[in-house]
Design a protein around this ligand. Structure first.
Ligand code: SAH
Length: 223
């Protein structure tokens, strides 16, 4: 649900995610929230109760759009992309990817009338501690993260399990040809052919990088 349906599929229409869309591995339906406005200007927003800057998306208009979406996909969890939401994690992405899809609500202006969120018990998800102009790009982020996990979308299934966050660690560093570049060499162990040693080295690197860059992730893992 969006007031800017022309933003979709947008970046989701290219590369592996776009090919999977063409093949029908996943599907996307956009609902134009303006179709649920009840005035000839198709306006969806109004001034905030209590005053203050900006405009707020109306509960009645958005509520009708939400109810239409629920009728189409009663099984899909309802998600409002919102900077106040729970931070999106790879484990929530995995759950959504394994589930019955998702119904995503994209805000604009100052956001939604709170009553829609309360009355329809909408889950709020944030893509990070910063403020976007609207929920559409956040929805694309969520969709892309989920779709790449669907079977057959990314060729090599192993590449999905070895990644950052999958085991509570950031990923180890990667190298490829040439062997030497800008006076920098590929670490010898990676050229040794010793798979056990390579795996150990990668694991140590992953631990080191996680400890240094994301002490929060590291502490969670120790628990
Ligand atoms: N006044 C709001 C920000 C509104 S931004 C506040 O201070 O919290 C307009 C819309 O952009 C929001 O309704 C939401 O749908 C989307 N948005 C902005 N930042 C986001 C984020 N970090 N994650 C997910 N959605 C976001």
């Amino acid at each position: 649900m969006t007031i800017l349906p022309e933003m979709f599929p947008g970046p989701l229409g290219v590369s592996l995610i776009g090919a999977a869309l063409d093949k029908g591995t996943w599907a996307l339906q956009t609902i134009d929230i303006r179709d649920f406005a009840d005035n000839k200007h198709r306006s969806v927003d109004d001034t905030p109760a209590g005053g203050g800057p900006g405009m707020v998306m109306r509960a009645d208009v958005v509520g009708r759009a939400v109810d239409a979406a629920l009728e189409k996909s009663p099984e899909a969890p309802l998600v409002y992309l919102s900077p106040r939401g729970a931070p999106l994690t790879q484990s929530r992405v995995r759950q959504l990817a394994e589930g019955a899809g998702a119904t995503l609500l994209c805000g604009r202006f100052e956001g939604l009338d709170e009553r829609v969120i309360d009355a329809r018990e909408i889950e709020e998800i944030s893509i990070g501690d910063f403020v976007l102009a609207g929920g559409e790009i956040a929805a694309c982020v969520l969709i892309e993260a989920c779709v790449r996990l669907l079977p057959g979308v990314i060729g090599d299934a192993d590449s999905l399990t070895q990644e950052s966050f999958e085991d509570g660690l950031l990923e180890y560093p990667h190298y490829t040809r040439p062997r030497e570049w800008a006076d920098l060499k590929i670490p010898d162990v990676l050229l040794s052919g010793d798979h056990k040693k390579i795996a150990e080295w990668r694991h140590r690197q992953a631990e080191k990088i996680t400890k240094e860059r994301r002490p929060d992730l590291w502490d969670q893992r120790k628990k």
